[in-house]
Every structure is written in structure tokens, then in C-alpha cells.
Design a protein around this ligand. Structure first.
Ligand code: ZN
Length: 401
């Protein structure tokens, strides 16, 4: 028996005027989704009541780790996604490269700095004696990426409290009022100010300005979190395998749960992600002997945040045609007995362009008793079974309830 979990991030939505009162899923012809809905079909409260809806909290819960018990912060999961597993006594946080001019923050991502610019600026910064001295005072280490997002880790006693501001929430405001507060406030503020001094006139930033781009001239720590310990997925359920995704958050959950997270070339979290490559990675894992594989597709969520309904519809259709259809076709070659769970981790609403905490539609298909196709959408799902917490989904998939 093989088990496959497919998460279409943020697919679920509400009825929209532009779609004549239908939801995006409802408005589409998704015949392979409908085949899955011929099995167990209903809604699941993936985000527990009172918890902030996000991919972090929802996907943790889907994998069986109730965020009310386990969640310590998104940065911790993202750190784990790039192999940085926190030890007790360590705190991780996100480090953004921002744009600040004359004391005002204009961009939380340094004009979306990436590639050689992002890496070059950060490598220069962490090599400078003045920065090294300031970082040493708090035991700060920075894990550099080729995007505006980096990860910082510091040593901090368990009773330390950090208060850091989310930079995207204070755009076009003076930074002076939003510097770190709580423990290490002065040390962290010094680090930010030193980064500005060292980066503002760096040749990479001068070149960016000459090209009409924003300078990425200050680092900004936010989203602190402590070590998160998850019980082994294998020990919980007796099944194990790979989680295929393009986003560090999902890799991190997989790493902490003891699952593998293979990287797939061309899997980028965008609408033109490598759907075939992701499917192939999951099938290869199952062929190699694993009995569980997860495929996470970020695109519907990104398109919802961007407010692009046309592309959200395309992204959902791609999951039906390029993930579920070939999965149904190829799984019998891998194992004649298989079960597939399809769901949206949380709704992402076109109306607000943000996440929502309502229950999501889910379907569990069983090759031994496929049933007759049912239209997979939010309204039909409400007529089916209701799981009052998302941590029941894995037991449902694995027939443990
Ligand atoms: Zn999500």
C-alpha cells in the first residue's frame, strides 16, 4: 500500500462575483479532483481555532503536529528547511535585506534584491571586522541565501524576550521607532546600524542605484523563534518518505519530522513551477521503497496574494492536469493499492489577498474502492464528513481511525 498527500497551497476560496458567485475551484472543470472526491470527501479544520492561519500552522497540523503544541515560529521551520536545526538555548529569526533612505524604510526586501547582489552584499557584511565584533556580542551567525531572506541564529537564555518588528508592516515610516526591543535591544540595534553604514555605499548598491534599482542597505531581524521538536513521523504513523516542495517552510517541517525533502530543479513556487519534476520525484521515492510521499504546490497561494484570479485558476487547473491526472495514471504501476489525500492547506482569499482560517475541502481516494466521481469544491465538501482538527488527516489517510 502506498500513500500520497497533495497540498494545493491556498486553493480554497469563497464565492466571487467575477465567477458568478462560484469559488475558483467550483468554477473550473477538474475531472481528476472529482475522481478523488469519489472516496472520503468533506472538510477539515486545518488551522485550529484561535491560531493565526498560515502555511506554517496549517501544514504542521496536516502532518499531524498541532501548532498549539509544537509551533514556535516560522523562522524556525524555514531555518530547518535549509539544514539549520536549532539547539536548545538558540533563537533563530529572519534577516531581511531592506532599503532605508534618510532614516525611512522604503522596501522590506531591498527592491527584491537577489542573486549575486544579495549574496555579495551579505558576504561582504559578515566579513567586516566592525560587524564581526558586534555579532560576536550576541553569538550571531547568519546563513546567507541568494534572495533578500537570510536566517540569523543567536544564543539566548530561555527567559530572554525578543521584540522585533515585521519590516513589511512599517514601510514608509522612520526606522528609529521600530528598532528591536526587549533583551539584546541595544546589541541588535547596533548590528542594524553597522549594516547600514557598511552597505549603503557598497559598490553593489551604487551600481543598483545607477540602474534605477533600490539599494539593499540594511539588515532587519524579525520573527524570532526557539527550537521546535517534532516527534518522528515514522514513529507516529509507521510510514515514511519524501515531501516534495519548492518552499523552505515545507522542507523544514519535513526535516524536523524525519522525512526527506528532495530538491527538484525548476520547482520555484510560481505558476510555471516544474509540476512534472515534482511528480517524478514523488513517484521515484515511492518506487525506491518509501510508502508515503507528499507533493506541495505553492502557486495558487502566490497567485491569490498577487490578486491575480486568472493565474490562480491556471494554477489550480495545472494541479488537476499535471499532478493528479498523471498520479492516477502512474500509481498502479508503482503499487496496485494506493490512497491519495488532496486538499488546500488553508483558504487564501482573492477578496483580501490573504490567508483565512476556515475549514478546507479534502478528499481521500482509495484505489480499492474508488466510488463515483463527485464535483470537488467547497460547497459539496460541506455536505460530507467534517474533521474538527487537521491533525486527524494523516490518521484518516493511513486508515488509523
Ligand atoms: Zn499555505
Amino acid at each position: 500500500m502506498k500513500y500520497v498527500l497533495v497540498i494545493g497551497d491556498g486553493m480554497a476560496d469563497v464565492a466571487l462575483d467575477e465567477l458568478d458567485g462560484k469559488t475558483p475551484i467550483e468554477s473550473l472543470n477538474l475531472p481528476h479532483f472529482d475522481i478523488l472526491a469519489g472516496g472520503m470527501f468533506g472538510t477539515a479544520q486545518t488551522v485550529p481555532f484561535g491560531v493565526a492561519p498560515g502555511s506554517d500552522t496549517a501544514i504542521l497540523n496536516i502532518f499531524g503536529y498541532d501548532p498549539r503544541k509544537y509551533y514556535t515560529g516560522r523562522s524556525v521551520l524555514e531555518a530547518a528547511g535549509v539544514g539549520v536545526i536549532l539547539k536548545p538555548g538558540e533563537v533563530s529569526f529572519r534577516v531581511n535585506l531592506c532599503n532605508v533612505e534618510n532614516g525611512i524604510i522604503h522596501s522590506h526586501n531591498g527592491g527584491n534584491v537577489e542573486g549575486d547582489d544579495a549574496q555579495g552584499l551579505m558576504e561582504y557584511l559578515v566579513s567586516q571586522p566592525e560587524f564581526i565584533d558586534a555579532a560576536r556580542k550576541v553569538g550571531l551567525k547568519i546563513h546567507i541565501s541568494r534572495t533578500f531572506r537570510h536566517i540569523g541564529v543567536i544564543n539566548a537564555p530561555d527567559d530572554f524576550v525578543f521584540k522585533m518588528t515585521e519590516p513589511h508592516n512599517v514601510l514608509e515610516q522612520p526606522v528609529a521607532g521600530y528598532m528591536p526591543k526587549g533583551d539584546y535591544a541595544q546589541e541588535m540595534t547596533d548590528i542594524m546600524n553597522i549594516s547600514y553604514k557598511l552597505l549603503d555605499h557598497h559598490p553593489i548598491n551604487e551600481a543598483r542605484r545607477n540602474r534605477g534599482q533600490m539599494a539593499a542597505n540594511m539588515i532587519w531581524p524579525w520573527g524570532p523563534g526557539r527550537a521546535m521538536q517534532l516527534p518522528s513521523f515514522k514513529e507516529k504513523y509507521g510510514h515514511a518518505g519524501d515531501a516534495v516542495s519548492a518552499v523552505p517552510l515545507v522542507w523544514g517541517i519535513a526535516n524536523l519530522a524525519g522525512l526527506q525533502a528532495p530538491s527538484v530543479e525548476g520547482a520555484n513556487g510560481d505558476i510555471d513551477t516544474n509540476y512534472a519534476g515534482k511528480l517524478k520525484a514523488a513517484l521515484n521515492s515511492l518506487r525506491a521503497g518509501n510508502d508515503f510521499a507528499a507533493i506541495h504546490v505553492e502557486a495558487p497561494d502566490e497567485m491569490s496574494h498577487a490578486g491575480n484570479l486568472k493565474n490562480k485558476l491556471i494554477a489550480i487547473k495545472c494541479i488537476d492536469e499535471q499532478i493528479i491526472a498523471p498520479l492516477l495514471e502512474k500509481m498502479p504501476e508503482v503499487d496496485k493499492d494506493f490512497r491519495i489525500l488532496l486538499l488546500s492547506d488553508h483558504p487564501t482569499l482573492m477578496t483580501t489577498r490573504t490567508h483565512d482560517g476556515h475549514a478546507v475541502p479534502f478528499a481521500i481516494y482509495d484505489s480499492r474502492k474508488p466510488g463515483n466521481p463527485v464535483k470537488f469544491d467547497e460547497k459539496n465538501a460541506e455536505k460530507g464528513v467534517y474533521l474538527n482538527n487537521g491533525d486527524l488527516l494523516m490518521p484518516a489517510l493511513f486508515e488509523m481511525m
